[in-house]
Design a protein around this ligand. Sequence first.
Ligand code: ADP
Length: 490
Amino acid sequence: MYIVQIASECAPIAKAGGLGDVVYGLSRELQLRGHWVEIILPKYDSLRYDQIMGLERIYDDLWVPWGNGVVHCSVWQGYTYNRRCFFIEAHSPDNFFNRGALYGFQDDTMRFAFFSKAALEFLLKTNRRPEVIHCHDWQTGLVPVMLFEMYKYVGMDRQRVCYTIHNFKHQGIYGSDILWVTGLNRPDYYSHYDRLRDNFNPGALNMMKGGIVYSNFITTVSPQHAWEARFTDQGFGLSHTLAIHQAKFGGILNGIDYDEWNPEVDRYIPARYGPRNAQDKYGNKEALRDRLWLRKAYKPIMAFVGRLDPQKGVHLIKHAIYYALRNGTQFVLLGTSPEPGINADFWRIKNELNDNPDCHLELGFNEELSHLIYAGADMILVPSFFEPCGLTQMIALKYGTVPIVRAVGGLVNTVFDKDYADRPVGERNGFVFHQSDTRGLESAVNRAIGLWYSYPDDFSALMLTGMRYDFSWNWPGHHYCQVYELIRAK
Ligand code: ADP
């Protein structure tokens, strides 16, 4: 099958979060399965050019209708780890993609509406006719709208769209001027509740809603989050739209890239190990203690790795630090926060615990250290408020680090409680709590620490079960192929 991904991110060349990882990981899996995959991205000035091979300008005559005029674009081609990418460069005074960052500008909706239009125009003009166009998040929500309202009538009538939502919180809300610049026009038609009108703001249009209404299939990044988006406030106002379109909506769990996250070959850790020599993991525990000046004592290490964002359950993380220390456990945290208040709070805790030999808070982004933490810690804490999929718990499982998680989103689909899960004992791989107050957390943390001290063999068995789980792209790739097969024009 010929599949084109149109996205605002692709790891490692343009990544702000999980969306980039999915575009990268899924494309690889689809290629391994024999499909022809191409990725269309904006040509940001902040691309990691050192990670793009053979970058060359291949098309210089792309004139994209925009407002009253046209915008001249060039298209570049390059490869990132064998994935074929096209980059759209706009020669416009709006300077759409040369801003030093991917997002965060007042005209973001215009920038990505333009990108969506330019990507379709590129497919049209170069006679590329993929069977499936796969779009992601609000940035490309207008692709199916323009495809089925405009491009279908000029030769793209057999293309079908799969639309993946990674985060319902950001939806691309805009005014009707976007209809005029993209050439969609007809504000009365699009402002209808059944089309693009925002569900709660009748004067505004919603790009993500457009993606949902017009796509042939919509996915989000875990089955549990699909349910939450439909039936709880985690749909951020789109639950009713999803209800109307439920027949074409489902959740597919993300995979992780085991070339990158595998303790048997990890280049960042001093002691490599797998399920057959799991005890070698403890070489990394010692290395982690050396690196972070933790004392060498007979204690487990609990870790947190991630963004210090309210979404991640910041107050529970803070509580866990003190609770773990009081209960014979060392604590390591690696994280950053874009919010100054949260950052200041963690700096205060860091200073307060500076002399504590059982605790280290590393406030920054450090890819290499994250590998050592996954390998060296005994337990990882993920107490999120909401978590569409979550990668940290899946990585931790592969590294034999037992996850302690709150039962939300993808965490529900990947971590099964040792004592209470509705699964055979041999499939249980961690600790789960439900409430968002500190009691639930304490109970799960207690059970984990208790098992480590009192039943070390059972704790090792739990680690091994986790290590044997397969959260690679194999299954997700299979599921996406089923979706593509379902929607492609017959
Ligand atoms: P989200 O996409 O919501 O940030 P995920 O769990 O899906 O959360 O993915 C987080 C990824 O980012 C993981 O690979 C994690 O290791 C990495 N990460 C997060 N914070 C840091 C940090 N401060 N340093 C290094 N890696 C980090």
